[in-house]
Design a protein. Structure first.
Length: 435
């Protein structure tokens, strides 16, 4: 049995390699089914965000075979690039999986260290897998432990204070382009957590007007109306592109939502007034060719890496504290895990002792029914039960002594609380041969 993880992230691969591996919400359950189609995979959770695609799973194979199963699943997301992906894929097993997930959920493995939304994304990934029947006792135990610990990590380390997300970094870049926000219009495409965070950060600027575009017009209205904004569908975006000075987009789509042709036409209508475009989607929502258009300032998740490096420097001390909290929690988890591994043996031992007790008690009652004296029956009961309980350990210890397996003898003294072996104890006398 192996607890395992296979994945690819911003730390191991560039955006163009991660992009085809993103698992959209509508593909999540089918991909979980594909993972579980491998009979060795007993449980599975897929975590797919703008920065990572990871499969957490419990396998009935040994570690090497279990990790190979995970690699096959990941390669199946984009078979044409399997060879190119291989050097960028990482895998973990056993406690290393728990350690990795703790760092992810706490924001320590994020592109922006300490980002607040990753814990919610991990919880959502777990809930989706759990509700669809892909989570069993092993993954449930690990994820519940991680949820509690990640919260503690953020509280104890302070890494969650004044959180910085990719959304806030995007807004910071926009502030480097424009300074006359009261005359600007912002177009936000999507209505998920990233766009909602972007909207929150943009709302602190004196932006004149907000336009929210989404597949669901009702959801777009929910975000737009509290800020006096205007809601549109994705199909209406081309009609409003020329109005937008700032564009933030984060939609899971297999094809670009904004093309070079669309933005070139919008620039003509704007008389080439500059446009800031922040593409937070994975796969990317904006054609790369857009970046070559004069007047367009296009930024993607990759452009945030330099900002993220500065963020990591600023948060290094909090991160070190967080790592310490994680290490301590992991040690406690490992201790509990080792304790749980003894449970089957303890249960088997108790069941065996219970059978002996019942059998010996039945014999004693039979003696009483035949008129034997109670004291004699009690003596027989105690003697018989003691012999039955000690017979197998005694035989095993004698064989261990004959074979020189001192470790078993020492373990038995420790197990039964007998103290250290007396150094002066003489070996038992040999029986003389019968004459």
């Amino acid at each position: 049995m192996t607890l395992a993880l296979i994945g690819i992230s911003h730390a191991s691969a560039p955006l163009q390699l991660r992009e085809p591996l993103a698992v959209s919400p509508e593909r999540l359950v089918p991909e979980l089914r594909r993972a579980r189609s491998d009979p060795s995979l007993l449980e599975a959770v897929i975590l797919s965000t703008c920065n990572r695609t990871e499969l957490y799973y419990h396998s009935d194979e040994e570690a090497d075979l279990a990790l190979e199963s995970g690699r096959r699943w990941l390669a199946g997301l984009h078979p044409e690039a399997a060879d190119a992906l291989a050097p960028h894929v990482y895998g973990h097993e056993s406690l290393d999986v728990v350690h990795h997930l703790l760092r992810v959920a706490s924001g320590l493995d994020s592109q922006v260290v300490g980002e607040p939304q990753i814990l919610g994304q991990v919880k959502e990934a777990y809930e989706q897998a759990h509700q669809n029947g892909f989570v069993g006792p092993e993954l449930n135990r690990m994820f519940q432990f991680v949820f509690l610990t990640a919260k503690q990590v953020r509280q104890d380390s302070g890494i969650g204070l004044k959180p910085v997300s990719v959304a806030s970094l995007g807004v910071r870049l926009a502030e480097e382009i424009f300074d006359d926000f009261p005359s600007r219009t912002a177009l936000l495409i999507g209505a998920g957590e990233t766009i909602e965070l972007s909207l929150q950060h943009l709302s602190r600027l004196p932006i004149s007007r907000f336009i929210i575009a989404n597949r669901s017009l009702e959801r777009a209205r929910q975000l737009a109306h509290p800020r006096g904004g205007y809601a549109i569908t994705l199909d209406e975006i081309p009609d409003h592109l020329a109005e937008a000075d700032l564009i933030f987009t984060a939609v899971q789509s297999s094809v670009p939502l904004l093309t070079a042709r669309q933005l070139k036409e919008a620039l003509v209508k704007r008389r080439h007034s500059p446009v800031f475009v922040m593409d937070l989607g994975l796969p990317r929502n904006v054609e790369p060719e857009v970046g070559a258009l004069p007047g367009i300032f296009l930024y993607t998740l990759e452009h945030l890496e330099s900002q993220a490096r500065q963020n990591r420097r600023e948060r290094r001390q909090a991160a070190e504290t967080a790592e310490g909290v994680i290490d301590q929690a992991l040690r406690e988890y490992a201790t509990n895990l080792r304790g749980r591994q003894a449970i089957p043996t303890i249960c088997a031992l108790r069941e065996k002792a219970q059978r002996m007790r019942l059998e010996t008690l039945a014999q004693a009652r039979g003696l009483l029914e035949r008129g034997e004296a109670p004291d004699a029956v009690l003596e027989h009961l105690a003697h018989s039960l003691t012999n039955r309980l000690l017979h197998t350990p005694t035989v095993q210890l004698r064989e261990a002594a004959e074979e020189g397996r001192d470790s078993l003898i020492l373990a038995a003294r420790d197990l039964f609380g007998l103290g250290e072996t007396p150094s002066s104890a003489a070996p038992p006398p040999e029986k003389s041969a019968p004459s």
